[in-house]
Design a protein around this ligand. Structure first.
Ligand code: WT7
Length: 572
């Protein structure tokens, strides 16, 4: 079975096909798509870009880039050529297979070309989100032992070169003449002189691809290391979850500094050869809707926070833009509130498809598929080929409707292969034999749908009742006054914990005791008495990660007057 047949099996027509696909699915059928099935070797940049040139799609548009100032289009041929040139530059500076090379810059075509060039020489890419400040940048470069970085003049000052002895080369995209002390390399000048001829480094499946740093519940950020083999998952989920088809225009709103922005902002769409939109610049409802209208985006992958912000925007804006090109809308990163799903149906005429996965998993695992009935609030079902389960604290599988550790049978293609420099942390994920333990709590219903409950540490126990904060938050945001809500367990001598809600209000609402009462009553009536927040605190904004998750641990630290810990992934 090749990629095309796989599509026809999974899309066969009706709900039956999901079960059918689960039975017939084999990873080796997807694997046959890549060069290693013929040569034993592979390279992600070849599979994502060059391959399309060799197969006659070189003149197809690969990238549509815009940011309010620049607007550019690149074909697969152009990306192939430009990344060849940067590959040659890297080789000139002796950057080689296995070296870690970081990218620290805002979204731009150069970021993409740099990343592809890094992959072509077989180096391991380390994308850093542009908002990182000095310490965060240093921690990551130091931990990974990066030998080179690609950055911009604006961000250069955040790289403590004198404290990073292993960092040999700094490539600057933009004018660096005034900053240059002789150690900087002008990216554009070098690329413009380099040859277009280039033979990529041919790699084994288990050779490195990318390191994404991510926060855990404790300690410094962890370097999650992924290998070439992950492309199997990216390609496959691009087909069956994103539903990418040949003439599609696809837009993933995530920044490549985060795993969604690489796995699904770069790899999945280009492995499938579709036209990929990358938008730089800041979020605004107008900018985003204009992007969909202008490029006739068919498939749109974003996050609950963004959808909530769009939901909070003036209703009239929806009439100003033509969003009718949309065929498939997806979400990831945090719980997708049922309220948002219902709103999406009203606003876009689209079912927003939730997808669940993590930096560590490298690709999607539990999803709502295009052909599947959606239960608002559920993350969906495991991909054909993936076994998911709910485990108790001893690693035993629990029956349906019991809350426990969300775990995945080890061995899916895009599973992380190490935590850089930290085998102990790595092993913690695999403490139950044969399982990867996600750190999320969830339950599975009788029909096999998975329901996210919270991070394990966030689950609230009040008077012996287990309460998922997500459930409460979802209810809270249904109240017309509530823009966003974060819920924590606050220690209570009588009840163990009580529920405390931090709430930011929508425009036009003022904090008041009456409003607290009303919101309390709303949850009490709408959900249950034990789930209603006995304490409510209004805040102008809630602390959130860059990927949009409300940081309950920060709320908890505020509440308990504890230190907030590592905040390097927090939003402005
Ligand atoms: C954590 C992973 C991988 C995409 C970006 C986030 C939460 C992710 C969902 C979802 C509820 C979700 C989980 C997970 N999460 N997707 N659909 N519903 N929660 O990656 O930063 O590594 O975060 O995000 O808690 O463990 P990440």
């Amino acid at each position: 079975m090749n990629g095309e047949q796989l599509e026809s099996v999974v899309y066969a027509s009706n709900m039956g096909s999901y079960e059918q696909a689960c039975k017939r699915f084999q990873w080796k059928d997807v694997e046959s798509h890549f060069t290693w099935s013929r040569t034993g070797k592979v390279n992600m940049a070849h599979e994502a870009i060059d391959r399309h040139v060799y197969e006659g799609r070189g003149h197809k548009t690969a990238l549509l880039y815009c940011d309010g100032q620049r607007e550019e289009a690149y074909t697969f041929m152009q990306l192939c050529m430009e990344s060849n040139r940067f590959g040659n530059v890297l080789r000139k500076y002796n950057v080689a297979k296995g070296d870690r090379v970081f990218i620290f810059m805002p979204r731009s075509p150069e970021l993409i070309i740099a990343l592809l060039g890094i992959l072509k020489v077989g180096a391991v890419a380390g994308p850093l989100f542009e908002a990182f400040m000095e310490t965060a940048v240093k921690d990551r470069l130091e931990d990974s032992g990066a030998v080179a970085i690609v950055t911009t003049p604006e961000l250069l000052g955040r790289i403590r070169r004198d404290e990073l002895p292993e960092l040999k080369h700094i490539f600057v995209v933009g004018d660096c003449s005034s900053l240059d002390d002789g150690s900087l390399i002008d990216f554009k000048a070098e690329v413009n002189q380099a040859s277009y001829e280039f033979e990529p480094e041919w790699l084994d499946r288990e050779d490195g691809l990318i390191i994404h740093y991510t926060s855990g519940s404790t300690g410094k950020p962890k370097g999650v290391y992924h290998v070439q083999n992950a492309m199997i998952q990216h390609y496959y989920t691009g087909k069956v979850v994103l539903d990418l088809q040949e003439d599609d225009v696809y837009w993933c709103t995530a920044d490549p500094g985060w795993v969604t922005g690489t796995s699904y902002g770069i790899f999945a769409p280009w492995l499938n050869g579709v036209t990929n939109v990358i938008r730089g610049g800041r979020f605004s409802p107008e900018n985003w809707y204009r992007t969909i209208e202008r490029y006739q985006v068919n498939i749109w992958y974003s996050a609950p926070t963004a959808f909530r912000m769009l939901m909070g925007a003036n209703e009239e804006i929806l009439d100003k833009y033509d969003l009718s090109s949309l065929r498939h809308v997806l979400s990831v990163g945090e719980p997708l509130n049922p309220e948002v799903v219902r709103w999406g149906w009203k606003a876009y005429g689209q079912r927003i498809h939730d997808t669940w996965w993590m930096t560590e998993t490298g690709g999607q695992l539990i999803c709502n598929y295009p052909q599947m009935a959606i239960k608002p609030g559920s993350m969906g079902k495991p991909l054909p080929g993936i076994e998911a389960a709910i485990l108790d604290d001893e690693g035993r599988e629990l029956p349906p409707n019991r809350m426990g550790h969300l775990a995945i049978r080890t061995g899916w293609p895009s599973m992380m292969r190490k935590i850089w420099n930290n085998p102990v942390k790595y092993d913690e994920y695999f403490r139950f034999n044969g399982w990867y333990v996600s750190g999320d709590s969830a339950y599975m219903d009788e029909e096999g749908y998975f329901w996210f409950q919270g991070r394990i540490d966030d689950v609230i126990n009040s008077s012996g009742e287990r309460i998922g904060p997500f459930e409460v938050e979802s209810k809270l945001v249904e109240h017309p006054a509530v823009a966003e809500a974060g819920v924590i367990g606050k220690p209570d001598p009588l009840r163990g914990e009580i529920i405390k809600a931090f709430i930011s209000l929508r425009e036009g609402y003022q904090p008041s005791d009456e409003l607290k009462e009303e919101i309390y009553g709303f949850v009490r009536e709408g959900l249950s008495a034990h789930a209603a927040p006995r304490e409510i605190e209004f805040k102008d904004r809630l602390p959130k990660t860059r990927s949009g998750k409300i940081m309950r641990r920060v709320l908890k630290a505020w509440e308990l007057q504890l230190p907030t810990g590592d905040l390097s992934t927090i939003e402005d």
